[in-house]
Design a protein around this ligand. Structure first.
Ligand code: ADP
Ligand code: MG
Length: 390
């Protein structure tokens, strides 16, 4: 896929801006606070209907204005663009538009047609975003890792996002009810129908996650090996809730989940929260190393160096790209925000090399233009100054 053109109106520091991009590397250069990240944020918003850094969306509206508008013109090979010959195949051209009003009204248009469901919006234009904040994939809370997995699967499976939305709705209702039961305003039996929904949707969520995670893991490990020059080994372990649900056949999984909810019920009522279910899933990232002939296994979150943690986060994102490419037959757009300033020379050059071979349209922000080597190949430079692009 590629983004040929982007229009931003009243989006943060941009008043009205139209930019034409190149197929390969787009280098966005400028001093701090000039609007570099905002460009990537706009592209990400067109893909996911969210900002990678802000909530609520109203913060994205330019100060003293009441709406913003974004438009992207996108080309995707008609069929698959994973092989180089696809470049000459006919292209599907798409226009995606998003607008947001201060009142909270958000509109999406695909080729001029208003779209109703978020689950159908996500997945038509895929991007992979890597920024310094991506480090939370390694160092952050389980919720950060679940969000990554959920967004990844939502991009390739629209049924998944609907299940997730149903699950989250039922979970919220159940938690409300738990609080009412605690204050003796409701009967514990009222929990049963919510438990049924949690179990039905939860099992399909768990099983999809576990299946996708297994595929993702292979890609992430391969990218990690490339990024470390084959010197470090990364192990990834999915931890579902309830435990072992990933290895049970459907009937047994249902029982496991039901028992889990039953046995934590009184505890749940006490806390007004549901302790068991895929909203508690997590995955572990473990670095294997060898020293004096013995193997060591250490959780990257606690023991990895900054450089090792960044490399793992990057491997997760590049693994995401490969998985989306493999499943959809289309190569996502790669967004790299301020990444090279934080990697040491050797890790940067591994990344340069890897990017050169990805064959994906890439957007890179940097405060320094001269840091760029010939490894990147064809490259168009955009200079950003005070919400203007040249
Ligand atoms: N809602 C907004 N309206 C106008 N300007 C904004 C808004 N939100 C952020 N900005 C401005 O945008 C600039 C930050 O842009 P950003 O893309 O993060 O910069 P960079 O990545 O180049 O450092 C800051 O000058 C900030 O004050
Ligand atoms: Mg920035």
């Amino acid at each position: 896929m590629r983004l040929n053109q982007l229009v931003l109106r009243n989006f943060r520091s941009y008043t009205d801006c139209e930019i034409d991009f190149t197929d390969r590397v787009n280098l966005i250069v400028g001093e701090n606070a000039q609007g570099k990240t905002t460009l990537l944020e706009a592209i990400y918003f067109l893909s996911t209907a969210k900002s990678h850094r802000t909530y609520p969306d109203n913060e994205l509206i330019r100060y003293n204005e009441s709406w913003f508008y974004l438009r992207g013109k996108i080309a995707a090979a008609n069929g698959s663009d994973t092989n180089p010959e696809a470049q000459i195949e006919p292209l599907d051209l798409m226009t995606v538009e998003v607008s947001n009003e201060l009142s909270g009204k958000k509109r999406f248009k695909f080729n001029g047609v208003l779209q109703k469901k978020l689950s159908e919006w996500i997945g038509q234009f895929n991007v992979v975003f890597f920024s310094p904040e991506s480090l939370t994939l390694v160092k952050g809370a389980p919720a950060d890792r679940r969000r990554f997995i959920d967004l990844l699967i939502s991009q390739i499976d629209s049924v998944y996002l609907s299940s997730l939305q149903n699950y989250q709705f039922a979970l919220k209702q159940r938690n409300e009810l738990l609080k009412q039961i605690r204050s003796k305003q409701a009967n514990p039996d009222f929990l049963d129908p919510w438990d049924d929904i949690l179990i039905a949707e939860g099992i399909s969520i768990s099983q999809t996650r576990v299946r996708m995670f297994a595929q993702l893991k292979a890609y992430v490990q391969a990218k990690h090996t490339e990024l470390t020059g084959d010197r470090e080994v990364l192990e990834l372990k999915y931890q579902p809730s309830p435990e072992k649900i990933d290895r049970a056949p459907k009937q047994e999984a249902t029982e496991l989940f039901r028992q889990g909810l039953q046995s934590s019920r009184s505890y749940d009522i006490l806390r007004g929260m549901t302790a068991v279910g895929p909203h508690r899933d997590d995955f572990k990232l473990i670095l294997e190393s060898q020293s004096a002939g013995a193997m060591y296994f250490q959780e990257a979150k606690a023991f990895g160096s900054q450089g090792q943690q960044r490399t793992i986060a990057l491997a997760l994102k590049l693994g995401e790209l490969e998985l989306i490419r493999e499943t959809t037959g289309k190569t996502p757009i790669v967004l790299l925000d301020d990444v090279f300033s934080e990697l040491d020379g050797e890790r940067s050059s591994f990344l340069f090399n890897l990017l050169g071979r990805l064959n994906a349209q890439t957007f890179i922000t940097s405060t320094r233009q001269e840091a760029w080597g010939p490894e990147l190949g064809d490259c168009r430079v955009f200079t950003v100054h005070d919400g203007q692009v040249n």
